[in-house]
Design a protein around this ligand. Structure first.
Ligand code: GLY
Length: 446
């Protein structure tokens, strides 16, 4: 039985919410929704043990239209928040909207901003959004010509979704060509690499800006910075993200440029193409502070919350995130007050040894029962297992490692020093075999 209340939108009832996804980002969103005044029953598919402490979890294939629709019908879901990009690219938001469910996440048309790098670059060109010059290549001769017209480091991007593995920065033209050949043959990333974007290298520091939008209005979360390389000192292979912090201190005027030259023309462009974008616009930006004024360009769009940026920015948000997300899904974000954010946060990802390459799963995690004020521990890749010894423990479940990124440990404080000390104190209290994490997450100026 749904609880009847009056929300700020005049909506007669709270909503039953389903979050799709199973990582640290989704755990963080579920936590925010569990505290929201719009949430009645809270569900997650497929979830993880951390999420299971806050929501009912369901083991379904979230890319299967029938499974998702059946779950929504069975649980009387009113509102779905989509975590990862793959279901969005496949049209999960379209199927659900067609059956009357409100969704935070664009349809397959809007998801092309992430699912096709070529679409995104051409979109930016059409609307004068700053991005580095590029060529779209459909065969190896076109790749060769695009590479020969540039200087190293070369930037080679697979057009399609590649789970963070689709960008290559070779210094050598032969290596660049060999990457292009292998992408085009489908050897590296299957169909995602059949088309290639080659673009000029943009120097500077990366910056993530997340906007919740109903396609007309938007609400910003704090600017954040992800740490993509596996090892300290930004060494080693690229990963999905080994940590993040927020807010990023920006030179004066930069956020005005982000609003005026990126967000507004992006939303205007989407509307002018008939794309009703209700979801999260992730702007992956490159900020070059060597010139005056600093220059800013868009490296990529994503159409969802970032991971691990979400774990860093959501705990700083001062409003009710559920209210903002639902308002965006309903197309009336203008009714939702600007809440702003405060404080500092730092997220350290604890990963399995070997990640982003091969790694072993199934190691027990100890220390998860510890709590510290101002610390959030979000499960990224965990599962339940059964304790192996002791008759009394036969039925009790323990949490095991189940992914490359295992936990996102977030410290929040008034200062970065405080946020960092808290995050690393918690990290030291948690252990599992092969645990690996970066010890240098945070602002380089600290
Ligand atoms: N942290 C990068 C991403 O979410 O795509």
């Amino acid at each position: 039985m749904k609880k009847k209340i009056k929300t700020i939108f005049g909506d007669p009832e709270k909503v039953n919410v389903l979050v799709l996804g199973s990582g640290g980002r989704e755990h963080c969103l579920v936590e925010a929704l569990s505290k929201s005044r719009v949430t009645a029953d809270l569900h997650c598919a497929t979830g993880n043990p951390g999420i299971a402490s806050l929501a009912k979890v369901h083991d379904i294939d979230i890319r299967n239209r029938h499974s998702v629709k059946n779950l929504c019908a069975a649980c009387e879901i009113d509102f779905v928040v989509v975590g990862p990009e793959a279901p969005l690219a496949e049209g999960v938001a379209d199927w659900l909207r067609a059956s009357g469910v409100k969704v935070l996440g664009p349809g397959a048309d809007g998801a092309q901003l992430e699912s096709s790098k070529a679409f995104a670059k051409l979109f930016m060109r059409r609307y004068g959004i700053p991005t580095s010059p590029f060529d779209i290549c459909a065969n190896i001769d076109e790749c060769k010509a695009a590479l020969l017209s540039r200087t190293p480091p070369y930037v080679v991007k697979a057009d399609g979704l590649a789970a963070g593995k689709g960008v290559f920065l070779p210094d050598d033209i032969e290596e660049a060509l060999s990457i292009c050949r292998s992408l085009m043959r489908g050897e590296k990333l299957g169909v995602a690499g059949r088309k290639i974007v080659i673009e000029d290298f943009s120097p500077g520091k990366e910056l993530t800006v997340l906007a919740i939008t109903d396609g007309k209005t938007y609400r910003l979360l704090e600017p954040s910075r992800d740490h993509k390389r596996a090892f300290d000192g930004d060494e080693g292979p690229n990963t999905g993200g080994m940590g993040a912090y927020a807010p990023v201190t920006l030179p004066p005027g930069v956020m005005d440029v982000v609003r005026d030259r990126v967000i507004v023309p992006t939303l205007d462009g989407l509307r002018s193409e008939g794309i009703d974008f209700r979801g999260v616009l992730y702007m992956g930006l490159m900020l070059d502070e060597t010139g005056e004024p600093p220059s800013l360009s868009v490296i990529e769009y994503n159409v969802r919350f970032g991971d691990p940026e979400t774990q860093a920015v959501v705990p700083l948000y001062r409003g009710d995130l559920g209210v903002a997300m639902l308002a965006a899904a309903e197309g009336r974000l203008d009714a939702c007050e600007e809440a702003g954010s405060s404080g500092c946060s730092l997220c350290v990802v604890m990963a399995s040894d070997g990640y982003p390459g091969d790694f072993k799963r199934g190691f027990p995690i100890s220390g998860l029962d510890r709590t510290l004020p101002g610390v959030h521990v979000y499960h990224s890749g965990t599962s339940y297992g059964h304790k192996r010894s002791g008759a009394a423990a036969k039925d009790s479940r323990e949490v095991l490692t189940a992914g490359g990124r295992v936990l996102s440990v977030v410290g929040v404080g008034d200062t970065f020093a405080e946020a960092k000390a808290k995050a690393y104190e918690m990290v030291s209290a948690i252990s599992f075999e092969g645990a690996r994490y970066r010890k240098d997450i945070g602002r380089s100026e600290d």
